[in-house]
Design a protein around this ligand. Structure first.
Ligand code: SF4
Ligand code: SF4
Length: 480
């Protein structure tokens, strides 16, 4: 069952339901299902207009960004490289390590807040204009289908007929194209995690030496192929959780694609029209062009991805029938009800303030990010060891994170307690550009230096790039 999607207050909801505009009534079926429960293949007719041209341009910018980002070379690093194995994440020249977890957390929160704010104010702008699924489906896979198999009506006619050589040939070539593009997209996706040089070198070596990578590419390619060749609109209407999220993010003033019922109803076809007829000529073009197969005239529904194809189709009909465009348009529930728009409302302020706060925190943390950081960790299986000389030894590890794109040499000195001896396995310790490395150190001190089993240590870590870090660390000894 498709539920109407609205989060307006009950009172307004009731008012709207009894007024000229109401949210969609409950339906018996998903638009993608036949009465017997079988799949209803949605084959939309393309409507070209100003919104489609914006979507096309933006779509190709996004496709180019996705494909080119791992190939880019910024300061000797790939544009985007999510090196999970080494726990390093590179974004356009900057490499982040696990020690930057707060920064990454702030970035994640900013992304989530932005999604919430954009959805709350502009509805499914992301779905209609930037989501990879509609972008690839509408601007890569469907154009190939239209090129090889013709318009939706031609396809339907062929698909309803017998399997001729021509039909088999067209389908085979289409699927070959789909398979090739799916493989390229899968390789690009995997390259984000392993890098193109590694991917290329492993793909041209013997398959038995890199079965994991082959499996990752193969599985991703199969999933992409199934999604775009078969699953299609169901990804938006059945699988994607974001469509459902709208229910709690929308309000009466959220921008939606809406049908002006006051103006359009009572709808009537050309032959049945009289003076009381509304502007809708019941041509069905808005349904035929909809990539999710929905009827926008039933009101706001979860299936609407805000692509404005119905807007373009209906505007064309309005122009042909000498009526003003905008019977279906970007609007809001309030505007459809009352004719009034309202942009500034409490949630806009709340999201605005939160975005500014988190954004400022992110900028502050980025600015405060030092050229390097160091972490002291206890190593060995025992907290301390009593040496034959009578001294107490603490085994430690120092983990250096080099945030610079050049090598740094680190030295470690024990400033406190005085009289303790520090043994470093390697000094100075060289850490490669944008890398994390660990060195073992041992602190030896007399038993008399401990009070109640502990002594306060202070380590000074310096690098040839001018970094100076002071780290306090509690040294453990016998409790006597
Ligand atoms: S109803 Fe209109 S805006 Fe919504 S998905 Fe269908 S064509 Fe796109
Ligand atoms: S395209 Fe416009 S005129 Fe045609 S059915 Fe849809 S709303 Fe009515």
């Amino acid at each position: 069952m498709v539920e109407p999607t609205t989060s307006c207050e009950d009172a307004e909801h009731k008012k709207r339901s009894s007024g000229p505009f109401s949210v969609a009534p409950k339906e018996e079926l998903l638009y993608s299902l036949e009465v017997d429960g079988s799949r209803k293949w949605i084959d939309p007719v393309l409507s070209r207009g100003p919104f489609w041209r914006i979507r096309l341009a933006l779509g190709w910018v996004l496709i180019a960004t996705f494909v080119l980002a791992p190939h880019l070379n910024i300061g000797g690093k790939p544009g985007i490289f999510l090196d999970l194995g080494n726990r390093q994440f590179t974004f356009f020249g900057a490499t982040f390590h696990p020690t930057d977890s707060l920064l990454l957390l702030a970035f994640g929160v900013l992304v989530i807040l932005t999604v919430f704010a954009v959805t709350s104010v502009w509805g499914r702008l992301w779905c209609g204009y930037a989501c990879p699924h509609p972008v690839y489906l509408e601007f890569v896979f469907r154009p190939i289908e239209r090129w090889l198999e013709g318009s939706p009506s031609q396809r339907r006619r062929r698909d309803g007929g017998p399997w001729t050589l021509g039909r088999l040939g067209r389908k085979s070539i289409k699927w070959l194209f789909y398979a090739a593009i799916s493989t390229i997209l899968a390789c690009t996706f995997v390259a984000y995690f392993v890098g193109w040089p590694t991917l290329c070198s492993t793909l041209i070596s013997a398959p038995t030496t890199h079965t994991h990578m082959l499996a990752a590419v193969g599985l991703t390619a199969i999933l992409v192929f199934i999604d775009f060749a078969h699953f299609r609109d169901q990804m938006c209407t059945v699988a994607c959780p974001y469509g459902r999220l709208q229910t709690v993010l929308y309000d009466c003033d959220t921008v939606i694609v809406g049908y002006d019922k006051k103006r359009g109803e009572p709808r009537a076809r050309k032959r049945d029209r009289d003076d009381s007829s509304g502007d809708c000529v019941d041509c069905g073009r808005c349904i035929a062009t909809c990539p999710t197969g929905m009827d926008i005239r039933r009101g706001l529904q979860m299936e609407c991805i805000g692509c404005a194809q119905c807007v373009e189709a209906c505007d064309e009909v309005m122009l042909k029938t000498d009526k003003p465009t905008g019977l279906i348009r970007y609007t809001s529930l309030r505007e459809l009800d009352t004719g009034k728009k309202k942009f500034l409302r409490p949630r806009v302020f709340v999201y605005g303030v939160l975005l500014v706060l988190v954004g400022a925190a992110l900028v502050g943390m980025t600015a405060a990010r030092t050229h390097a950081s160091a972490e002291l960790l206890r190593s060995g299986r025992e907290p301390f060891r009593e040496l034959p000389t009578g001294e107490i030894a603490n085994m430690l590890r120092v983990r250096f994170t080099n945030n610079l794109p050049l090598r740094q040499s680190f030295t470690v000195v024990l400033a406190e307690p005085k009289g303790a001896e520090l043994v470093v396995s390697q000094s100075p310790f060289v850490v490669d550009a944008d890398a994390v490395a660990t060195v073992n150190v041992v602190v030896k001190l007399s038993e008399t230096m401990f009070k109640r089993g502990r002594a306060d240590g202070v380590f000074v870590i310096e690098s040839d790039a001018g970094v100076r870090i002071e780290e306090a660390f509690i040294l453990l000894g016998p409790y006597r």
